[in-house]
Design a protein around this ligand. Structure first.
Ligand SMILES: Cc1cc2nc3c(=O)[nH]c(=O)nc-3n(C[C@H](O)[C@H](O)[C@H](O)COP(=O)(O)OP(=O)(O)OC[C@H]3O[C@@H](n4cnc5c(N)ncnc54)[C@H](O)[C@@H]3O)c2cc1C
Length: 380
């Protein structure tokens, strides 16, 4: 593994950092406070090519790699968890399955506009009664002539209200052993019978759109089934493996922001006649935070590098997602502690970091599920 970033990776990181600091950071408090989905920022991110980083130019992308994409997610997450989550979901969950499994026609019709930044997409896996056990999906797809008819419900789907298309998983028959066949269907946003509601009042990532989807006799052309109809289950496991790298990168961004804020505050805040950074109790917190951020970032880059090299990365992406999300939560918590009472106030932002970080221990597989994935990879 080469530990030096390429010139292109460094350039993209700088470009995204400049954009994040100039355009996103000044709005982060309001985005959270008003649960405002920043449509205009996504338009600009699309124009900068950020929504197409890991996709080839022939599909409207920027022809970058997973490492570059992870660096971009980190930089956005560093200033705004909400924008970071919607960005990561748009690329890793919305566009990536179309790239991995779509036919050439599907890529042209559905992926190209996403990679060019002309729209967002979502991935609808979770249901009211199928969360960690996503294989227990109850949404049904029945083939009728030249189209499938979908009925069911999906919960907490990121970006759905603003999506151009939503990839929806559904039971589409039974295997010989009696288990459900799960397939994935590309459902264009304006398809009749699909109702999208965004009424959730969330603890964190409040500016990221999270929607409930109700499907009532939704007709989807047969050609909109994604890839091999019998392999939907494997498809979403692979999609989640990749998505976990981006959630981990977002967590590194929040952890880094927590460290930056805590360090700056500790140097400035005086008690007992000296800056609190002179107290060993505070120094040890900062030292632990710095070490964990460094380790989490290395784990993200290793998982991304493995993916780019075409090597197995399931275990490493679970390591990265688990460790980085728990690091983000711990770092944000310590940042609040170092800020004392000020840390409890919205304007100092570290309380938002904690609320946003909590989601990262839940979405795209909870911490418990990551430990199960790792144990399975160990042969347990
Ligand atoms: C803001 C937000 C955005 C989201 N975006 C999306 C999205 O875009 N697309 C999508 O499809 N989903 C999305 N989700 C759903 C998310 O992926 C699920 O919430 C998550 O997978 C957990 O499922 P659950 O909430 O049903 O919890 P449950 O599965 O009910 O789990 C509850 C608890 O039990 C534990 N648990 C469950 N099974 C086991 C086990 N076998 N062993 C040990 N412990 C276990 C869990 O770890 C957890 O602590 C989103 C969720 C949120 C909150």
């Amino acid at each position: 593994m080469n530990f030096e970033l390429t010139k292109e990776q460094e350039m993209t990181r700088k470009m995204v950092r400049d954009f994040a600091e100039e355009k996103i950071a000044p709005r982060a408090i309001d985005i959270d406070k008003n649960s405002e989905f920043p449509v205009d920022l996504f338009k600009e991110m699309g124009e900068l090519g950020l929504l197409g980083i890991p996709f080839p130019e022939e599909y409207g992308g920027s022809g970058g790699d997973t490492v570059t994409y992870a660096l971009a997610v980190e930089e956005i997450g560093r200033v705004c968890g909400s924008t970071g989550l919607s960005y990561a979901a748009a690329v890793s969950l919305g566009a990536s399955p179309l790239y991995y499994f779509g036919t050439e026609e599907q890529k042209q019709e559905f992926l190209v506009p996403l990679a060019k930044g002309e729209g967002l997409a979502s991935f609808g896996l979770t249901e009211p009664n199928a969360g960690s056990d996503a294989g227990g999906t109850q949404t049904k797809a029945v083939l009728e002539g030249d189209h499938y008819v979908l009925n069911g419900e999906k919960s907490w789907i990121t970006n759905a209200e603003y999506a151009r298309s939503i990839t929806i998983t559904a039971q589409a028959g039974k295997r010989e052993d009696g288990k459900n066949i799960i397939s994935a269907f590309i459902v264009p946003k304006d398809t009749p019978g699909m109702t999208i509601r965004s009424d959730y009042d969330k603890m964190g990532v409040r500016g990221s759109n999270t929607s409930e989807i109700v499907l009532e006799d939704v007709k989807v052309p047969k050609e909109n089934i994604l890839g091999d109809p019998k392999k939907g289950f494997g498809q979403f496991l692979h999609t989640l493996d990749g998505g976990r790298i981006s959630i981990a990168a977002l967590a590194v961004g929040i952890a880094q922001a927590s460290l930056d804020r805590a360090l700056a505050y500790a140097k400035e805040r005086k008690q007992f006649g000296e800056p609190i950074s002179k107290f060993q109790a505070i120094q040890f917190k900062l030292a632990d935070m710095a070490m964990e951020v460094e380790l989490a970032r290395n784990m993200v880059l290793k998982a991304a590098w493995l993916k780019d090299e075409g090597k197995p990365f399931t275990k490493e992406s679970a390591y990265a997602k688990l460790f980085a999300s728990e690091t983000a939560f711990r770092s944000a918590n310590q940042a609040i502690q170092i800020h004392g009472g000020y840390g409890y106030m919205r304007e100092f932002e570290v309380e938002r970091f904690l609320r946003d970080a909590k989601l990262l221990e839940i979405g795209e597989g909870t911490s418990e599920i990551q430990r199960m994935v790792i144990a399975r990879q160990l042969g347990c």
